[in-house]
Design a protein around this ligand. Structure first.
Ligand code: PDD
Length: 285
């Protein structure tokens, strides 16, 4: 159960937790966020998430709402009061409350911080047995997808369109037809040569914390890694495809736009990476 939220200095039951109508996050999507997995009551890859939070804040010219030390304390308290074992924390920082005006408010307006918790069920064995489907569509987002902005309307529309087509995720295509990433996940393939391919970091994609962990695990396991962009046609000729995110770990993709990837079954490389990731989580990532 997730019943309490941290909102600007207070721990409140969700039923009464709220933010001001003139919070710039609400009015302008002027804010950034993080999603951190909680595994067996512990935060997973906390430092990497806080480093990305720091970067997102800097990129939009926003100060930390509280010190890093205080934020770590708040997150642990939110986990404790929600009795959270397995799930995620959602952290959101916005440019605070001020009368609606596009330019930044005066320097004395404090950034607003909200932390909520959610229990998540483990991925079902059925999903792992069958893999998931993705559908491709144009990437309609802005040119700074490396910032974890709360402005997610294009991502939401893409995810909804995927869902309506019976798919788990949307793969977004840039103007040249290359896959940028999923609406809330990073995109990968495993080629016939056994190379694990994912798009290099840059402004068109979010630097996924799970992407980073998977790359490190693959490197340790001496697997072949190539950071380059790929198109859906190449993915359909690949042996395997998969996606990564904090909440999905590494998940096999077995269908792209209704067509099977490889033999249409989750592949050994994806399953191995998922297992390595699960082991890392168990040890304390
Ligand atoms: N989504 N790309 C996008 C656009 C994302 O929103 C996410 C994360 C990722 C994967 O990043 P990570 O491995 O750090 O979770 C890639 C989160 C989980 C969300 O919005 O819920």
């Amino acid at each position: 159960m997730s019943r309490y939220a941290y909102v600007n200095g207070q721990y409140l039951p969700l039923s009464v937790a709220g933010v001001h109508v003139e919070d710039r996050g609400y009015q302008f999507a002027d804010g950034i966020y993080e999603v951190i997995a909680v595994y067996q009551g512990r935060l997973a890859d906390e430092e990497a998430h806080l480093a990305r939070l720091d970067r997102s804040l800097k990129e939009i010219g926003l100060a930390w709402p509280v010190t890093k030390r205080a934020l770590k304390h708040i997150m642990r308290r939110v986990i404790a009061i929600n009795l959270l074992k397995n799930g995620m924390l959602y952290l959101q920082v916005t440019r605070g409350v001020s009368r609606r005006d596009h330019a930044f408010p005066k320097a004395d307006v404090a950034p607003a911080l909200v932390v909520t918790a959610k229990t998540l069920k483990p991925t079902s064995p059925d999903v792992l047995d069958k893999g998931v489907a993705v559908v491709t569509m144009p990437d309609l987002r802005w040119k700074r997808c490396d910032i974890k902005s709360v402005a997610l309307l294009p991502n939401i529309l893409a995810k909804q369109a995927a869902k309506e087509k019976g798919a788990y995720e949307a793969w977004l295509l840039d103007d040249k037809g290359f896959v940028t990433e999923g609406s809330s996940t990073n995109a990968w393939i495993v080629t016939a040569k056994g190379e694990i391919v994912t798009r290099p970091l840059g402004t068109p994609i979010l630097a996924g914390v799970t992407r980073r962990a998977i790359l490190a695990l693959a490197k340790d396991a001496k697997l072949k890694l190539v950071e380059r962009a790929f198109k859906p046609a190449e993915a359909l000729k690949a042996k395997e495809a998969f996606l990564t995110s904090t909440t999905s770990w590494a998940l096999p993709i077995t269908k792209i736009d209704g067509k099977p990837v490889g033999d249409g079954k989750p592949g050994p490389v994806t399953l191995r990476l998922r297992q390595l990731y699960a082991q890392a989580l168990e040890k304390g990532l």
